[in-house]
Design a protein around this ligand. Structure first.
Ligand SMILES: [Mn+2]
Length: 386
């Protein structure tokens, strides 16, 4: 089987504001490359560990491209198994785009809303593959999610989860891998982390392939991969395959206009399959006249079709950019909640309410409040203070 993740169809990041159709096509293009690899390697199934789409309510274009690629897989007898990431989960009572594709018979959906853990069998040519799917969930739900995991009764089993594991060392993790029944499966297909990562301390491979396109320049600094998994042996064997149709990002560090011209003349000697995206990191503050010369040079490059687009990163901004989490691009409701509510337990509660897509979640939170006096009095204090 082929394990892929975080394809974010419909995204045009990191050039969202420009609405570049050309950038949006990169995501379809590389998804199609993954599909071609699956067909070329004659796999029986593709496992997608979440964030198939970038938007929980995808517009028609990403649907069309997704359907086209999925149909190509189906024509070659390849089954497509998916769970929802947070980008595939509409808030409140919306329906995940995965259920549309599954209704059309194009995918096997193994979980859409947070806590919607599903186990079952998918009939492949060589065996019945047991699958447990865990769509994206928040840390407060980890206990109930883990409790809902029932390894299927089959010879070969795969656990598919869209979750950041604590072992990655990020603050916004959902669960520790030690809480998951990894040993009951042959392979653990993880998603949500956008760089390739293999958890080393388990004999069962637990792998993040990373996103198929770079959503920002920091993700670009690593290669993009899909993961080929062979389940025919006693123990699963996997192999990274590098994606080649990814758009190139060029980063240049320059202290001013003349240095930029030197760097650009070096670049003009290199040929690229697709127009590269350019990142200019300024190593010192430029006065407005020099900055406008840099800008006009960039405009000329875009007009000539030498580059797709360009981001000019001022000296100060580079520092703040490095501190940001890889997934927090632009507007973040979570960050606003954090700044508004200060108290970590209240933050968790409000965030899980905001992210919940089921009516039952409100009931869970009411139950939690009636059992937790400290949290309740904290909330009362907050209400009185407003
Ligand atoms: Mn993602």
């Amino acid at each position: 089987m082929l394990h892929i993740s975080d394809t974010h169809l419909g995204s045009s990041r990191p050039f969202t504001r420009l609405g570049l159709l050309e950038r949006e096509r990169d995501y379809y293009d590389v998804f199609d490359e993954a599909v071609d690899i699956a067909i070329g390697e004659r796999v029986e199934a593709v496992i997608h560990s979440g964030d198939l789409f970038d938007d929980p309510r995808p517009p028609p274009r990403p649907y069309i491209y997704a359907a086209r690629s999925l149909r190509k897989l189906a024509e070659h007898g390849v089954k497509f198994i998916a769970v929802a990431g947070q980008h595939d989960q509409p808030k409140r009572r919306g329906v995940s785009p995965l259920s549309v594709l599954s209704e059309m018979g194009l995918i096997y959906s193994f979980g859409e809303a947070p806590g919607d853990v599903r186990s079952g069998l998918v009939k492949l040519r060589s065996c019945d593959l047991g699958v447990t799917g865990i769509p994206y969930f928040d840390k407060p739900q980890a206990g109930s999610v883990v409790g809902a995991i029932k390894p299927p009764d089959s010879l070969k089993k795969v656990l598919v989860a869209h979750a950041l594991i604590q072992e990655l060392g990020l603050s916004n993790y959902s669960v520790s891998i030690s809480q998951l029944p990894v040993e009951s499966y042959d392979y653990v297909a993880l998603g949500d982390y956008h760089l390739f990562y293999r958890y080393e301390k388990s004999s069962i491979p637990a792998v993040y392939p990373g996103s198929t396109e770079a959503l920002d320049v920091r993700e670009y600094r690593d290669e993009r991969y899909v993961v080929l998994v062979d389940l025919s042996k006693e123990a699963a064997v996997f192999q990274k395959i590098k994606l080649e149709r990814v758009r190139k990002f060029i980063e240049v560090n320059v202290s001013g206009y003349s240095e930029l011209l030197v760097e650009l003349s070096k670049l003009s000697k290199v040929s690229f399959p697709k127009k590269p995206a350019l990142y200019i990191n300024l190593t010192r503050d430029l006065d407005s006249s020099e900055l406008s010369r840099v800008r006009s040079e960039v405009r000329k490059l875009i007009e000539r079709g030498a580059i797709l687009s360009c981001n000019i990163i001022p000296r100060e901004r580079e520092l703040t950019e490095v501190r940001e989490e890889h997934r927090e691009v632009g507007f973040s409701l979570n960050r606003i909640v954090e700044e508004f509510f200060k108290n970590p337990r209240v933050i968790q509660l409000v965030q899980s309410l905001l992210n919940s897509s089921r009516e039952g979640d409100v009931e869970t939170i009411v139950n939690l409040l009636t059992q937790d006096r400290a949290l309740l009095s904290e909330l009362e204090k907050l209400v009185k203070a407003k």
